[in-house]
Design a protein around this ligand. Sequence first.
Ligand code: SGN
Ligand code: CA
Length: 535
Amino acid sequence: MKQLAFFLLTLALFSCNPGTETQKKAQSRPNIIFIMSDDHAYQAISAYSNRLLETPNIDRIAKQGMRFTNACVTNSICAPSRATILTGKHNHLNGKIDNRMPFDTTQVTFPQIFQDNGYQTAMFGKLHFGNNPKGVDEFKILPGQGNYINPRFITNEGDTTITGYVTDIITDLTLNWLQEERNEDEPFLMMYLHKAPHRPWWPRPDKFAEFTRKQFPLPETLFDSYENRGAAAKTAEMNLLTHMMYSHDSKIRPETLEEMGEKVQPSVREFRNSFYGPYGRANEEQKAAYEPILDSINNYFKANWPGMTDREKMIWKYQRYMQDYLASISSVDDNVGRLLDYLDESGLAENTIVVYTSDQGFFLGEHGWFDKRFIYNESFKTPLMVRWPGVVEEGSVNTEMVQNLDFAQTLLDAAGMEAPQDMQGESLLPLLKGNEDAWEREAVYYHYYEYPAVHMVKRHYGIVTEEYKLAHFYHDVDEWELYDRLKDPNELKNVYADPAYASIVTKLKADLKDLRKKYQDSVELDQHYIDLYNQ
Ligand code: SGN
Ligand code: CA
């Protein structure tokens, strides 16, 4: 009996040990799926707010992991945000201050470190740099912004065009790599990068039909007149009524506009290219699915637009905008669901970190705007959710000020790799493990550059704490703005000159100076980038 018990115990220990070891090894080298959408506002994720849309699949990541409510970017624009994510450095150091500057590929990016440490790495979707990505074994990326319909991809083996809808295709490529191409014995890093819901918001035909039947609640600040704000808000060109384009954005056919002549502005030639550029890629079968929906939008416009007041026009444009933007996200959500289902079915879910984020936030009619760029909340903040079974507590919420600057170090830390000394973020691992005491950051630094350019948002940098936001618009103008984030969450009143805030201004200015120093930004660099831009 004793002998049998001993035998069983030895067997149990023996069979247990390798299991635990494998588990440990797997836990220390988890797979990573980094999902990033383009311009996906947190206001359009139901884990944050279901005012506009249900996103049950993206919400699964939040429900089974951690949702960050104060995640933000260092510079609210596409390619710079991606450069910050990849290098773990602010744009004034990685040099990718705006969408135009080339990305310096001699820099170390975090996928390269994964690759060097025995991870398989892959990237599918939108990167936005002209250069091919480094550090990824396999990639199929959209050139520049890419296209919604029948998109072209740059790959290791040359260019290819794939028939279909971009969000579905990027997911097909991702799933195919996971199922067929990777080596099951090694961990992987997958960069799964959606183009949607970037402008000009072309949904898949079925979603287009579904969402054009919906109406959405208006944001409180849709009719903002930019009083009590600075010059930058007043001169920005991203107002729905004034700057959103009929054809390019609202899907009014150039022919409709020509027919209406004087009743619409501005010139119709501009609309033809921007409408038939993206839509002209559709084949006959695809067009047949879009046409009836385009007919109904166009017929409504023809019949009603000339008689509408400005207020009614604004509301109509907002509804058209939301219909297409949210329909595009609905496809992202379905496809994230396909990926999560596969992770569950294959058993990969258990040892895979899943991150969901966007390259920045977006205005969904708040302040009457679309687009991003500003340090103001809707564009400054970005969605962030992280699922890691057994490590991150299910359904947890974190309110700390974290940034896209932190992503590289976080993922390296999670996989047990050393981050280069010159990365400027902080690993979020303590927060992910629920150890908030280990987190000391109280303020973040922001710097936007792309001016003059589309949407005309002036250059500015600033400091943001949970309570306040102080921004300096330093180019073209010399203006400061201060917002009391707790008392004025919609950021409608610049209180910089209010004597009641004088001591706060003094303190924040000193802290901002320290932050600029800490991150090695300076007046000289500001000027350097203005000079470079003017060359
Ligand atoms: C395009 C868009 C702009 C957008 C920039 C940058 N116009 O120029 O509205 O601000 O990209 O976006 S569109 O012709 O594509 O509709 S970013 O996400 O790449 O930074
Ligand atoms: Ca973007």
